[in-house]
Design a protein around this ligand. Structure first.
Ligand SMILES: [Zn+2]
Ligand SMILES: [Zn+2]
Length: 345
């Protein structure tokens, strides 16, 4: 089969004679139709992520069709269109026992710990399969995983702040999906910040009520003008660098919430005394639980969230160039999907 194989730091190779994976007893084989490139995979591609070990077929945001069932894969059928929750948890560790399955001590992710969907076929646990309606566009369906991440972060950030003004740092895929979710959850105004004007223009079309480029405007002054006396109760940082983390603390209202979801840098200096005196809630969010994933799928099926106007599709064979363009900052859309296969094998 054809696949995009990460063979070493900054090296993606398109190969056309890989063995088709064989599904285990509790697994199914899926023929991939659409797969998204995740920001974390760019870090992996650069060799910055110790969990990913080459050679590896990445890809954890995907939609396809079941083509083969393991002996004990009950309740599913060949031909079904499906998305896959790529995160498996053990169910017995301390985190799982508390219901925090996304924090499982031994979590396993398709495309990280086992081969993923940057190829024509991927084998996955049958329990990870979430069938979707035939009418759902496969590229829209491939947003289920990043939407689940964004939805979890946004609803936790807004839990105490109905109808808040919400600021989102970063107009990439996660930022856009957080902004869309914030509107669905009742945000009054969603203000997006990014240093690229093209991305801000796109964000203004599909998700944001207002945009600010911190390179050409004073953030506090601009936000004050947009948010007014009510101010900003929720800040979602989908970038995660020192300037965005510093700015988040300086613009959020006393009693407000800062949600960190962007993993830009490890260590950051923050004004913790201001956080104490302002009773600012400082949260982090990672991945999603099963309900977050199901809710994301439902939002895509009912059309509340779509890929229209902020994503682009390239062929799998051009995947190497897509990664180079992402690293080089040459991608103007919020997400690249790769189109896989086409011919029935
Ligand atoms: Zn992802
Ligand atoms: Zn566990």
């Amino acid at each position: 089969m054809q696949a995009l194989v990460w063979t070493a730091a900054e090296n993606m190779e398109y190969m056309d004679s890989l063995d088709r994976p064989a599904p285990g007893e509790d697994e199914v084989l899926i023929r991939v139709e659409a797969v998204g490139i995740c920001g974390s995979e760019i870090e992996g591609y650069l060799g910055h992520n110790s969990l990913r070990v080459p050679p590896l077929v990445m890809g954890h945001e995907f939609c396809g069709r079941i083509v083969e069932l393991g002996n004990r894969a009950a309740g599913l059928s060949v031909g079904q269109k499906t998305v896959v929750n790529p995160l498996r948890h053990c169910g017995t560790c301390a985190a799982c026992r508390k219901g925090n399955t996304q924090l499982c001590a031994v979590r396993r992710i398709v495309g990280i710990h086992r081969p993923g969907a940057f190829g024509e076929y991927v084998a996955v646990p049958a329990a990870s399969v979430v069938p979707v309606p035939e009418s759902l566009d496969p590229f829209r369906a491939a947003l289920a995983e990043p939407l689940a991440c964004s939805l979890r972060a946004t609803r936790r950030a807004m839990q105490r702040h109905s109808f808040a003004n919400v600021v989102v740092f970063g107009a990439g895929g996660i930022g856009i999906l957080c902004a869309k979710t914030a509107k669905l959850l009742g945000a009054e105004r969603v203000i997006m910040l990014d240093t690229q004007d093209e991305r801000l223009n796109m964000a203004a079309e599909v998700a944001a009520d207002a945009t600010i480029n911190p390179r050409s405007a004073d953030i506090r002054e601009a936000i004050g003008r947009i948010a007014g006396e009510k101010g900003v109760d929720v800040v979602i940082d989908a970038a995660g660098f020192q300037p965005t983390r510093t700015a988040a603390m300086s613009i959020v209202n006393a009693g407000g919430t800062v949600m960190n979801i962007g993993l830009g840098i490890d260590d950051t200096v923050l004004p913790i005394n201001a956080q104490i005196r302002g009773e600012i809630e400082l949260l982090g969010s990672f991945c999603y639980n099963e309900q977050d994933f199901r809710d994301a799928v439902d939002l895509l099926i009912n059309g509340s969230v779509t890929e229209e106007g902020w994503t682009e599709i390239r062929p799998l064979s051009a995947g190497g160039d897509a990664f180079r363009d992402l690293v080089g900052g040459r991608v103007k859309s919020g997400k690249i999907f790769l189109a896989v296969g086409g011919e029935q094998a």
